[in-house]
Structures are given as structure tokens and as C-alpha cells.
Design a protein around this ligand. Sequence first.
Ligand code: SF4
Length: 344
Amino acid sequence: MNFADILLAWFDENHRDLPWRGESDPYKIWVSEIILQQTRVVQGIAYYHNFLAHFPDIKTLANAAEDDVLKVWQGLGYYSRARNMHAAAQSIMENHNGKFPHNYQEIRKLKGIGDYTAAAIGSIAFNLPYPAVDGNVLRFISRHFGIFDNIALNSTRKKIEGICTKHLPPKHAGRYNQALMEMGAIQCTPHNPQCENCPFAESCYARQHLQVTVLPIKEQQIHIKDRFFNYLIYLYENQTIIQQRTGNDIWKGLFEFPLVETENDTFNIDDYLSKNGIATVEKPTLGFQKRHVLTHQNIHAKFWLIPLLKMPETGKSQQFVNLTQLKDFAVAKITQEAIGLLDC
Ligand code: SF4
């Protein structure tokens, strides 16, 4: 048996039973792929069902308000995924008559869809012969074929895509791609891969040359930025102020309390309030603080509770809300935690 035959036979016997397995509707495959980009499978399943319950098809998603889409996405993080899906659904309605495009180049043009996702949707829904190379595939192929190049580099990804394409059986592109990913996800795992019962144990370079713990090579130089957020929870007669995030930054479109971002951890709340002429009934207190880790930044957030004599004027994109209404707004996870601690 050749590489693809062994892989497909293994997949048929061993694949996990996931809700999107066997799905041929490109919309549902798209939803599952986008959710799984930054979310673990176990956590993603409930979100997948919930998203489809709210937005069962492209048209419903395209016609929804962005705030509603973000609200349904709440808790998954990386909200640009939801905003991009919403925009892409509108583009499908406008440019493709509401039908998901069948052609790789057209799928690739949709907002938020990169090489991997276009290949995954294209191959699974339409059997298009493009390799879907995610982190699981990079690891499995590096080990099996003895690739010692850094998998963080695009050139290595291209090399591995070339290997996957060479072995891709044209009639089974979708199953083949899913099998490659599943092999990396449950057999050729990052730690303690199941080499003893692996169908590739004899052909695997890493296994044969005792390089399983060495491969894949991954050297990443990511600059992690620290950011310091001070959220002002104004409290006056059961009301507070919230604002919507705009601009090209994290959590765009989500709501939050008025924010003062500082260069470092030093923030004097009393000075800030007196400089801005904001009179309090009691001294402000630090209600909640937490470090939130994102891919390229650490957010050090503090939430200040500020009981007021009167509400300050609202600025642009700010609004008064009753504390009990806070839960109706789409917010980042960390703000959701802070709201949960408010007595409302
Ligand atoms: S033998 Fe081990 S390292 Fe090689 S492909 Fe199988 S699980 Fe991965």
C-alpha cells in the first residue's frame, strides 16, 4: 500500500466522531474550520452547534447585525474571526448569488480565509485537490519524511504542502486532508506519539532514526508586547458607562468600560479622576485585576470601581447602561469576568 492508502485505511478505522465529520455543506465546514482555528475541539463543539442554531445558513449570517454575531461568538476570543465570517457571508450574497464558491481561488479571496482554510473547505466540500496543512500536518509530515527545516517558516510550509500534494489521491482529497490532520491530532501527537501502534512505524524517518522527540523543528521569534489597561467602572444609581471598541486593535466592535491604557503598571486613579473633574462619593477601589494572554500580547487589566456623585458626560461611542443590561452586550472574556463580579 502506498502512503495515501495506509493513511486513508487508518483514518476510516480511527477517526473521531465529530459533528462536522461527513459534512458536505461548505457553510458548515467553514464554520467548523474557523472555530477550530484558535479553539480546541472539545470546546469548539458547543460553539459550532450554537453558531449554526443562530445562523443556520449564509443568508442568515449575512443579514445579521455584527453585534449579534459577536455576541454569539462571545467566549471564543479572536473576534476578528467572527467579523471576517460576517463580511465574507455578505460578499457571498453579493458576488456569488448566496452560493459558496466552488473554486479554490474564489474561496481564498473571502475575508478571513487563508491557504489552509481554503484548501480544507475546498477539498472536504468539493474534493478540490489542495493540501490543507495545519500544525498537526506539519508535525506528522516532518517526522515521517524527516524534514529538519523550521516549521515556523513559510518556505517549510510550502515544502510540506508539496509533499502532501505529491501523495494526494485526486478522488479522495477531502478524506485525505482530514486523515492527515487527524493523524497529527490523535496519533502523531506533540508529546508521547503512539509510535508502537502507528501504521507508519516502519516507514517513519523519525521513528527509525530516533528523532521523534527532535522533530518537528520549531523556532519562533515572537515579540510579546505587554499592555496595561485600566477600566473605569463608573457607578451612579445602578448605571454605568460603556463604549464600543473601534480602530484596528484587539476586540474591535466589542463593548467595554471606559479605558485608560498606560505605558506601564503605574496608574493613579485618584489623580486621573481629579484631573478630569470627576467627583466620587467614596474612594475608588480596585474591583478586579487579571492578566489575559493573547497570541502576541499580554493584557494586564485592572477594573476600578468608582462610585460617583453624578455621571460624567459621555464621550463619542459611549453610552449609559443599567448594570443589569451589561450582560446583553458582546464583551471580551476578561470584561465578562469583571461584570460577573458586579452585584447586579
Ligand atoms: S511512528 Fe511515531 S513519529 Fe512516526 S508518524 Fe507514527 S506516531 Fe508519528
